[in-house]
Design a protein around this ligand. Sequence first.
Ligand SMILES: *Cc1c(COP(=O)(O)O)cnc(C)c1O
Length: 374
Amino acid sequence: MIPFNKPYLTGKEAHYMYEAVYTGKLSGNGKFTKRCQQYFQETYGFGKCLLTSSCTDALEMAAILADIQPGDEVIVPSYTFVSTALAFVRQGAKIVFVDSYVDNPNLDADLIEPLITSKTKAIVPVHYAGIACDMDKIMGLANKYNLLVIEDAAQAIDSFYKGKPLGSIGHLGCFSFHETKNIISGEGGMLTINDERFERRAEIIWEKGTNRAEFFRGEVNKYGWVDVGSSFLPSEIIAAFLWAQVENIADIQAKRKAIWSQYHQLLLPLEQQKKIKLPQMPDFATNNAHMFYLVCNTADERSDLLLSLKMNNILAVFHYLSLHNSDYYRDKHDGRVLSNSDHYTDCLVRLPLFYELKSENVESICNVVVDFYK
Ligand SMILES: *Cc1c(COP(=O)(O)O)cnc(C)c1O
């Protein structure tokens, strides 16, 4: 069976984890945490970076920092993972869902302005498959209406919008290092704080509502409870694992991009024959090869294709279920029909993409897809 995903180990993970254990610093915010954070700040020009235990945690921190209160409205794409909306719902927000583009699962930036009201606090663009949203339009609206932009960059490490790293453009950015992402630590994430106004409070929220980090830097002579927060920081064991991945990011990305390009080349004829749709890359966006997806014409066609791949021992999978139609939110949604989001819910297929996937595997997967459409 060719799995959908296989976590890749660079070889140094256990070594660095052992080092963390052996030196006796196991809790968070130690050497490996600082090394990772500094790397991301310096390499991508993010503002202050804080590692978290997940992207969900980073989104929850962002919702606290944005000071979301019950009744506030937050604009979120419907075609995304639960956490993008859930982090704000926990603070009492009402989620106002936006539809995707016809030819790209990202939120359609031209649909946002009519959804803005006096209660709107934030826009949360999700860079689906690591492909950038239209950030100039989104930041323009944020400036015009005094809103915050929180990038859900969970899939978007090492990807760019007009040359700017994703996660560095919004006021805050949230990354994931879950085992299904490009670089991983099992569970893991990071908050990027690109607006200095939030730096001090972010560190306090990260450390259970205390000013502990300031105390350890010698800036205050005792520390205590100063704000809300939680235990959002990962242990050094996790950060040590992540560091081994970070050191190899160039190699990992090159490999993933080669696999992605091979898929694209082999499946392009099917798109030219209008049998399937392939990812569209806007001129302003780069491809970080987080995912290779195709879009079928109907839900039945997709079920048949997934079955056909499965019978050939290939595990391909569908993706998100529109959040506006979810059991939890259906009754709270304002009733607008979001047909593009529903189309991706019904018709999108993700093909296996992981470091150790061989060129012959990509060929045999594409052969099954091509045969299916004969
Ligand atoms: C993976 C993912 C998340 C959640 O990340 P975790 O690290 O598992 O919390 C959130 N949003 C998007 C778009 C994702 O792809």
